[in-house]
Ligand binder design. Structure first.
Ligand code: XMP
Length: 509
């Protein structure tokens, strides 16, 4: 196994994921991990992540320097390399020219990490500090125009440093550098797979929960379904699921959950119809964050009340993924810059005083899908597009009323049907309809109309952190528009959203 030491980089889980992609088990540990704990974990190698700090800042993260004398190979990335250089007697300085973005990396000395690579290629840099003097027995192995010491090595001690970020997709050969470190330097074996993750997670849940009960909210989406199936595999009937109909779900949500999940899995599940409660709490509310808070808080109340009927529950299962965690608190753990309040992170556990079970919290969405397939969940559920907790409430601009919900639900169903029959459903990260707060004039059957407007939103993305608007064909857009206007009452205009994220977000509120 490999340990990634978290020096605060927004990429540390990405490093872990890159290691897993090479079928090697990997664990992210905090920077204050003790040498004893490292010995106990007995890793084949250690990767020190980057981080936002400068090595000479008073509170910059540091490890016990005994790390470098353990005979375990170490790869330091960006701040991780600065830390290695500094700890072993070299020098780091604020660079004359900061380097953000692409740079041409020139290999000056071949070594295990760069084995078989051409002498120059593009890499991705993000640093203000640079190494200016190497520790004893280290050599420079690569440079860029701005950074003379862009990669270093002490091959005898198996210590390596990269100023560039091999974990990001834009670094050509980045994945190979990691592969060489894992197999040629650390001697790892390819023995990690989704099956072993699944077996390990089941064993861990069994051990943590024992014969106690876990309660969990099911939304019908991929994340909660995969998490519930995994927990169910570990503890069977001691998992109690609750499905809350909050009145802002899409058309046929309950039916789809019943056909896709509960039919194949003998789940304990309670359906709660809380539509009226949510709609009356949302009456007259137009502010997006207020809508989100109302829905989040009311969900907690309804769930709490329902959970109270289950005797002796000690755990709360959640399908939180890694990107949910970084979007809800800042990646640097510092002052938070919450973009939107995603209600599935936090809230419930504090109120209910339950211990959390979040078996997916280190995974990215595509990994969760692989895990779902491993668990035998059907394709249709696995490939469902994400749907936000606050549901259609954040896709109706302005006030939410039953009539407006009915309009949006129908329009959304038509849109999804067309996207599916065009064979695009899986390719798109999300595709949905938004109901705008304006009416416009039209003419239908020789009659003047003054009716609502629907926006089509369709995006491609890998992880929802960034997204591009999908280049849907004009034919398809025309078909969707025609069908919505013909089949959904009170709509006389359809527009197409051509905004990427950033600067837009995927949802409109
Ligand atoms: P934004 O709109 O922030 O959305 O670009 C990024 C992804 O997150 C989903 N989303 C949510 N998911 N609870 C959720 O479970 C929420 O409150 C929430 N808000 C947004 C959104 O659909 C997209 O996939």
């Amino acid at each position: 196994m490999i340990i990634v030491i978290d020096f605060g980089s927004q990429f540390n889980q990405l490093i872990a994921r890159r290691v897993r992609e090479h079928n090697v088990y990997c664990q992210v540990e905090p920077a204050d991990i003790s040498i004893e704990k490292i010995k106990e974990l007995n890793p084949n190698g250690i990767i020190l992540s980057g981080g936002p700090a400068s090595i000479y800042e008073k509170d910059s993260p540091r490890l016990d320097t005994a790390l470098f004398d353990m005979g375990i190979p170490v790869l330091g990335i960006c701040y991780g390399m600065h830390y290695m250089v500094h700890a072993l007697g070299g020098e780091i300085q604020k660079a004359d020219k900061r380097e953000y973005g692409f740079a041409q990396l020139n290999i000056v000395k071949e070594n295990a990490l760069f084995k078989g690579m051409e002498t120059g290629f593009q890499c991705w840099m993000s640093h203000g500090d640079s190494a200016v003097e190497l520790p004893k027995d280290f050599i420079v192995t690569a440079s860029t125009d701005n950074t003379k010491i862009a990669a270093i090595a002490n091959t005898e001690k198996r210590l390596y440093g990269l100023q560039l970020h091999p974990e990001v997709e834009h670094s050509v050969n980045g994945s190979q550098m990691i592969r060489h470190f894992l197999f040629d330097v650390c001697g790892c074996e390819k023995n990690w797979s989704m099956k072993s993750f699944c077996d390990g997670a089941v064993a861990q849940i069994k051990e943590a929960v024992g014969d106690k009960k876990v309660i969990m909210g099911l939304s019908g989406g991929v994340d909660s379904s995969v998490a519930a199936t995994l927990i169910h595999r570990a503890i069977g009937k001691n998992l109690h699921c609750i499905f809350v109909d909050n009145g802002v779900l899409r058309k046929n949500e309950k039916k789809s959950l019943e056909t896709n999940l509960t039919k194949s899995l003998d789940l304990n599940i309670q359906f709660v119809d809380a539509r009226k409660k949510f709609l009356s709490a949302l009456k007259g509310v137009t502010d997006p964050e207020t809508k989100r808070k109302i829905i989040g808080n009311l969900f907690i109340d309804v769930f709490d009340e329902q959970a109270g009927k289950i005797d002796g529950a000690e755990f709360l299962g959640q399908g939180t993924l890694y990107p949910d965690i970084i979007e809800s608190k800042s990646a640097f753990g510092g002052p938070t810059s919450i973009i939107k309040s995603h209600h599935n992170v936090g809230g419930l556990p504090e109120k209910m005083k339950l211990k959390l079970i979040e078996p997916l919290q280190l995974l990215f969405k595509d990994e969760v899908r692989k895990l779902g397939l491993e668990l035998g969940i059907n394709d249709e559920l696995i490939w469902r597009q994400p749907f936000p907790g606050p549901g259609l409430a954040i896709r109706i601009m302005g006030e939410i009323t039953q009539a407006r919900l009915d309009i949006l639900r129908e329009a959304d169903a038509v849109l999804l049907e067309e996207i599916r029959s065009a064979g695009l459903y899986r390719e798109l990260w999300q595709s949905f309809a938004v109901l705008l707060p304006i009416k416009s004039v039209g003419v239908m059957g020789d009659k003047r109309t003054f009716a609502n407007c629907i926006a089509i939103r369709a995006v491609t993305s890998n992880d929802a952190m960034t997204a591009d608007w999908a280049k849907l064909s004009h034919d398809l857009l025309g078909k969707i528009s025609n069908r919505i206007i013909n089949e959904v009452e009170n709509i006389n205009r359809v527009v197409f959203d051509i905004t990427s994220k950033p600067p837009g977000t995927i949802e409109w509120e």
